[in-house]
Design a protein around this ligand. Sequence first.
Ligand SMILES: Cc1cc2nc3c(=O)[nH]c(=O)nc-3n(C[C@H](O)[C@H](O)[C@H](O)COP(=O)(O)OP(=O)(O)OC[C@H]3O[C@@H](n4cnc5c(N)ncnc54)[C@H](O)[C@@H]3O)c2cc1C
Length: 459
Amino acid sequence: MSAEADPVYDVVIVGAGSGGYACALRAAQLGLTVALIERDKLGGTCLHRGCIPTKALLHAAEVADVARDGARFGVQSSVSGIDMPAVLSYQQSVVSRLYKGLQGLVKSAKIDMIHGDARIASPTTVSVGDRIVTGRNLVVATGSASRTIPGVTIGGRILSSDEALRAESVPASAIVLGGGVIGVEFASAWRSLGAQVTVLEALPRLVAAEDPAISKQLTRAFTRRGITVRTDTRVTGVTQDDASVTVEIEGGDSLTADVLLVAVGRGPVTDGLGLAEVGVVTDRGYVPTDERLRTNLPTVYAVGDVVPGLQLAHRGFAHGIFVAEQIAGLTPTPISDRSIPRVTYCDPEIASVGLTEAQARESDENVSTYEYSLGGNGKSQILGTQGFVKLVKSSTGQVVGVHMIGARMGEQVGEAQLIVGWEGTPEDVAPLIHAHPTQNEALGEAHLALAGKPLHAHA
Ligand SMILES: Cc1cc2nc3c(=O)[nH]c(=O)nc-3n(C[C@H](O)[C@H](O)[C@H](O)COP(=O)(O)OP(=O)(O)OC[C@H]3O[C@@H](n4cnc5c(N)ncnc54)[C@H](O)[C@@H]3O)c2cc1C
């Protein structure tokens, strides 16, 4: 009996995270044959170590806050303890359900899932162990992994987000190194679950990619919640023993806590992938592409976190779908990072899309802005949250940036995205009716005000 020859696939994808599996599913829908290679688990970082487990942890943290704050609303409730193994089991049950669903989707799409460590062997082949998988097109979707700073090794009391998500107890005290998205999400969750938390950030402000007004409001809110925020603070060394971890700070100060979370960003996963050997150009490990997500080799594409830019799951999904359509001969519209919505799920939540005020001013001298306080929004008052919606308008009248902060404001990012993406003006949005009482009204009111007809807005 002769062995069946391996097929030549239309698309061979390395990495089955958000970017890779979205590409596989869309390619299969379009009638292409697909091999999807993964050395760990289908779903990648987002499903197993990122978006989903962190948001489950943050939801448990929110439940704790609601219980602790009951008296504010006339409900007698309190938190008698956090059962972390039970939190982890709830978190895992969410991940498992989604994982099962995703496995079903991939199977029913007749995608060939190949398990193993892949290496690009030529512009059209990938080796996985002894096997050579051939494709007319290859897609690099190997994602990103936590980085650390020189001299600080993850292990013991020094955690990356991967270990922090699996921690079986809430630390009594924690230092979070890095005030970016992942850092502030963990700081927020741990504080709600009862930890003393200090965030150390080398830059002058938290969430430095956001509009400075958002950073200021977040720092104020964190401070009110009892989270210590130290910006412009550089760490020079870290030591640990059986009892604690100590962080040395430039200038001679030091801090001690139960754990240190290193959240200083994520770097590309391309070491040993064979890209340089086959001639794919990389830049500090990232895979630069043109706007059609092609690398410098015509048969090799890249999607998701491995492509320089925003590291977000929905960017990966969009990249994956784009590349599948591109390979199938359609002409999808290029994806701009500028129009991708961003949500940070700390308390208070941050949601934004488009340009910050400073970015808009780089190319436009006559930018105008408006900040609508959630103090005038009925639903936000019911929830007891503070914050605002800030709009950035170009000199030609379009809303080019929306920046929001406050409990649950992430849910408002959909409309904000449509406005920015469709280049809407405040006058376009003003006639749209926003249901009362919702936090969505705050977005409507901000546009009413910028259109010159404020309703519940103080001058
Ligand atoms: C703690 C945390 C929270 C996050 N929260 C959010 C959030 O709320 N919202 C959001 O949008 N994003 C969030 N992200 C980011 C999001 O997870 C990533 O942007 C997304 O997972 C990127 O998808 P990807 O497909 O590019 O890479 P990944 O999901 O990292 O997938 C890459 C896959 O490739 C596999 N792989 C790598 N090399 C090889 C090889 N040689 N052979 C075979 N397989 C290989 C890996 O095992 C992995 O499964 C979060 C990330 C973290 C860490």
